[in-house]
Design a protein around this ligand. Structure first.
Ligand SMILES: [Zn+2]
Ligand SMILES: [Zn+2]
Length: 555
């Protein structure tokens, strides 16, 4: 029963307004005395605008503060944008984690691959299972997606029921796992659904996403007709797709060779959890060279153009075990995640230049998205008939399309929010507050705040250089040694051919001499005057302002 003053609230702390680093929280109770659950804890990937940063994670300051009231973390599925931050951030929360067997097994496998990663205690919930966390009664609902055991969450509370869809699509023939559980969703609609928080990724795309079965047929045909070697690259976690490739290979008497560490790791987990039952044993990359070209299909990592992954190395003919020749066929059973297009094109061009045939989803139906298009979104709204719809899992464009679609479909209340918005779902829905939210960067082994200078400095270093100056002054302010000048990332000479180092020297000595004697005894004043002088001298010939460090020692 709901008490007087109780509220049901929702806040996205990641994944709304961006695709990636999903983290949602639900709270129940009186303001300031709420109990919370968190759903998913994912990463996004750094692009060219974040030099040196591979992973971005949600800032969990709020959850750390509320740790005592946080009842658990529920994972919807094992995609990196939903569970990729667990190993890094769980030690700050130490809350119980709930996941289905495949997700738990993949987390465990990941932990083994990362020395020092924490042992995260996971409570296993079967697909379709139900459990309670304080005022939250949580039931999993199976949905079709692009990894085994994807779940939506039906979250029942004394103030109403929420459907948190997670990532989903409608696929009547998903190749692996059950189709989206329409029966359970329709039953939820009959029972009454207060709010639907849903996947907006493909809300701008008309119609329905084709079935995984169609992809399987195309792959079978392309593998059957290939004249020589075949490589297929896809996300290793797309076990349904791996099955389709394996079936196609078996049908024409080809062996499947795994190339790339994550391919090996995930297929092992898939075997252990029963998702490769009835599928032939896979071979490791070291046998590739011994197999005749028409007897092999290589399943490769690197569908996103990752420089160190198997396919990039094959494209550069730099793989120790696997090499392809003119006339061989490479199939991209994938699509580039926004931001990775250039890297993928580099790999494709590398292959094409070497005479290897490249097939992508531009030529054939070799990939489908795991997210719902507009007709599927309408089906979902029709099944559960929510009072409130909140678009999630998308950039602004996707979410506004999802919102407009929901309004047109007659959903009474549609709320678009941003990361950090605290949305009251009941009573009286609306955005009521803002929670601390932001991003953390994984920089080498460290997690750093995104507001700090580190990455901004690094970005600046990407287009200007550094002048480093060192000199020694006596206590009277006489120059005892130096200045020594070092230039990093700065052209050697100006347009007339004068060495840049000379220009710097002259500016430094000139500035020093023009300082009145008493001022020269102040090392800080000297450093500042020299910094300005050298920066301006280099700027006058280069038209770019370098970063300058001046070190003044005194004896
Ligand atoms: Zn997903
Ligand atoms: Zn996702």
């Amino acid at each position: 029963m709901a008490g007087k003053g109780d509220e049901l609230v929702f806040a996205p702390l990641g994944g709304v307004g961006e695709i990636g680093m999903n983290l949602a929280v639900y709270g129940f109770g009186e303001p300031h005395r709420r109990k919370w659950i968190a759903v998913d804890l994912g990463v996004s990937f750094g692009g060219d605008d974040l030099p040196g940063i591979d992973l971005i994670m949600p800032d969990i300051r709020f959850l750390v503060e509320e740790r005592r009231n946080l009842l658990g973390l529920v994972l919807t599925h094992a995609h990196e944008d939903h569970f990729g931050a667990v190993l890094d951030l769980w030690p700050r929360l130490k809350v119980p984690v709930y996941a289905t067997p495949f997700t738990a097994a993949l987390l465990e496998a990941k932990r083994h691959g990362e020395p020092g990663a924490p042992e995260v205690p996971v409570t296993i919930v079967p697909p379709g299972g139900r459990f309670s966390l304080g005022p939250f009664d949580i039931e999993l609902v199976s949905v079709a997606h692009s990894i085994p055991e994807s779940n939506g969450l039906i979250i029942r509370t004394p103030l109403g029921t929420v459907l948190h869809t997670g990532d989903w699509k409608i696929d009547p023939t998903p190749v692996l796992g059950p189709p989206t559980d329409e029966g359970k969703l329709r039953a939820l609609g009959n029972e009454g659904c207060l709010a639907l928080i849903g996947d907006s990724t493909n809300a701008v795309r008309e119609g329905r996403s084709p079935s995984e079965m169609e992809v399987a047929k195309t792959l079978a045909e392309l593998i059957r007709t290939a004249p020589g070697r075949v490589a297929v690259t896809t996300f290793a976690s797309h076990v349904g797709r791996l099955r389709s490739v394996a079936r196609a290979a078996a049908a024409c008497d080809r062996e499947v060779v795994l190339v790339g560490r994550s391919m090996e790791r995930i297929t092992q987990v898939a075997r252990e959890t029963g998702y490769l039952e009835g599928i032939q044993e896979f071979r490791s990359a070291d046998v590739f060279g011994y197999l005749p070209p028409d007897k092999v299909v290589a399943l490769c990592t690197g569908s996103q153009g990752e420089a160190r992954a198997a396919l990039s190395r094959i494209a550069e003919d730099d793989h120790p075990e696997v090499s392809f020749s003119p006339g061989d066929r490479v199939i991209f059973s994938s699509r580039a995640i926004p931001g990775n297009e250039k890297a993928v094109m580099r790999v494709i061009n590398g292959l094409v230049e070497r005479g290897i045939e490249v097939i992508t989803d531009r030529d054939h139906l070799v990939h489908v998205s795991g997210h719902p298009r507009r007709a599927e979104l309408l089906d979902m709204i029709g099944w559960v008939r929510p009072q409130i719809l909140i678009p999630a899992h998308g950039e602004a464009l996707h979410m506004s399309a999802h919102a407009a679609l929901a309004r047109r479909a007659g959903v009474p209340t549609v709320i678009t929010c941003r990361d950090g918005d605290l949305v009251r779902l009941a009573p009286q829905p609306g955005i009521i507050d803002e929670l601390p939210a932001g991003r953390l960067y994984k920089d080498g082994a460290l997690l750093i705040g995104s507001e700090g200078r580190t990455v901004a400095d690094r970005r600046r270093l990407g287009f200007v250089g550094i002048v480093t100056v060192a000199l020694t002054l006596s206590h009277k302010g006489e120059l005892v040694a130096g200045p020594r000048v070092e230039l990093t990332g700065i052209p050697d000479a100006d347009a007339a051919g004068t060495p840049m180092i000379e220009i710097a020297h002259e500016a430094l000595l000139g500035a020093f001499k023009s300082m009145p004697q008493p001022r020269r005894r102040d090392p800080d004043a000297v450093a500042e005057a020299l910094r300005r002088a050298v920066r301006s001298a280099i700027n006058s010939v280069w038209k770019k302002k370098p970063i300058c460090h001046v070190h003044v020692l005194t004896v």
